[in-house]
Design a protein around this ligand. Structure first.
Ligand code: NDP
Length: 333
């Protein structure tokens, strides 16, 4: 679900590729999850004539979720794809120009910001809102893809509720894995925490909470080989490895398999200009959406390593559009 093709980051001051065509826009929004669409709704209503490029996965990460039950305003819940289609329609209703295209390079060295699309077209924008999201990391085993949405999830807060009273597994040894295990332990019968090393990388306080929770069983030095089931996940086949001479195969019966091995923010094309933290998340000037580049704003999961919820992304998209509107108004004075 990457919005961008991976690129070598460099500090060159202009796009490496020569554009085939160029277009000027007042407000360019890159990315189409809840952050991008909400920014488009606000920017369109503020007469900024926003142009939004959807990226490789229109609608973003939520289009891979089944039901969304924690977004306020949907008492009966809604599917991820439906919610994204509604947000898109709402943005279009106010005149947002939504297009398919992938940003491959950016040049934020001048007062006007240049962005290059995969087809070779250049956009010259007075303001840019980066809403490119983050991509959950997967183990890379075939059965993960086979059971996506049928027992495999990368978001316990989004999908945990569907596993009430059941047995599930979480993979990872960091704070996210511990937090998600504790959250799931409150809903599920049993949680297996699958950790590849013989220790947890998570903070001490999280480790203690996990170890004190009676229905979490930590499986240290275990790796997942594959998931099996009849249409939905029914069991995980693990390998327990203490050393080359000490390996055994372990089977656990589970209904849900949650990945919590980290996320990759989709910030690569902007890194030569926009400050990011050591994990690649875009750094913004809290509480605003301003980046270190005047006129370039960031919202949603690409700048949020902590909350990563549809509602927080939507809220930050609103902030980015308001920040862009104020920036453009000040430039005119
Ligand atoms: P981390 O990168 O901290 O941890 C990833 C975990 O996944 C590690 O235990 C790693 O194992 C494991 N892992 C990675 N790849 C694989 C693989 N292929 N197979 C099995 N296991 C794998 O990511 P988090 O998302 O947990 O945290 C990201 C950041 O966000 C951290 O700085 C964290 O502290 C912070 N955070 C803070 C929270 C809070 O304060 N409430 C909540 C959540 C996150 P290994 O250890 O062997 O490398």
């Amino acid at each position: 679900m990457d919005f961008f093709k991976p690129l070598e980051t460099s500090v060159s001051q202009s796009p490496k590729t020569q554009p085939v065509d160029s277009e000027k826009v007042k407000c360019l929004i890159i990315g189409s999850g809840p952050a991008g669409y909400t920014a488009a709704i606000y920017a369109a209503r503020a007469n900024l004539s926003p142009v939004l490029y959807e990226g490789l996965q229109p609608g973003g990460q939520l289009t891979t979720t089944n039901d969304v039950e924690n977004f306020p305003g949907y008492p009966e819940g809604i599917t991820g794809p439906e919610m994204m289609a509604d947000l898109r329609k709402q943005a279009e209703r106010f005149g947002a120009d939504i297009r398919f295209g992938l940003v491959t390079e950016a040049d934020f060295s001048g007062s006007e910001h240049k962005v290059l699309l995969d087809g070779g077209k250049e956009l010259v924008a007075e303001s840019v809102i980066i809403a490119t999201g983050a991509t959950a990391k997967y183990l890379g085993i075939e059965s993960e893809t086979k059971y996506a949405g049928s027992g495999v999830s990368a978001c316990a807060t989004c999908d945990g509720f569907f596993y009430r009273g059941k047995d599930v597994a979480v993979v990872g040894g960091g704070d996210t894995a511990c937090e998600e295990s504790i959250y799931l332990a409150g809903l599920c019968n049993k949680v297996y925490l699958i950790v590849r090393k013989n220790f947890l990388r998570a903070s001490k306080v999280m480790q203690e909470r996990v170890l004190k929770t009676p229905n979490i069983e930590v499986l240290f030095e275990h790796n997942t080989l594959e998931l099996q089931g009849d249409g939905v996940v029914e069991k995980a086949i693990l390998i327990k490895r203490k050393g080359e001479q000490d390996e055994s195969i372990v089977e656990i019966a589970i209904d849900g398999f949650f990945l919590a091995i980290g996320h990759t923010p989709n910030s690569t094309p902007f890194k030569p200009y926009v400050n990011t933290d050591e994990q690649g998340y875009i750094v913004t000037e809290a509480p605003t959406s301003k980046t270190n580049v005047p006129g370039v704003f960031a919202c949603g999961d690409v700048m949020d390593p902590i909350y990563r919820q549809a509602i927080t992304a939507a809220g930050s998209g609103c902030k980015a559009a308001i920040d862009a509107e104020r920036y453009l108004a000040e430039r005119k004075i």
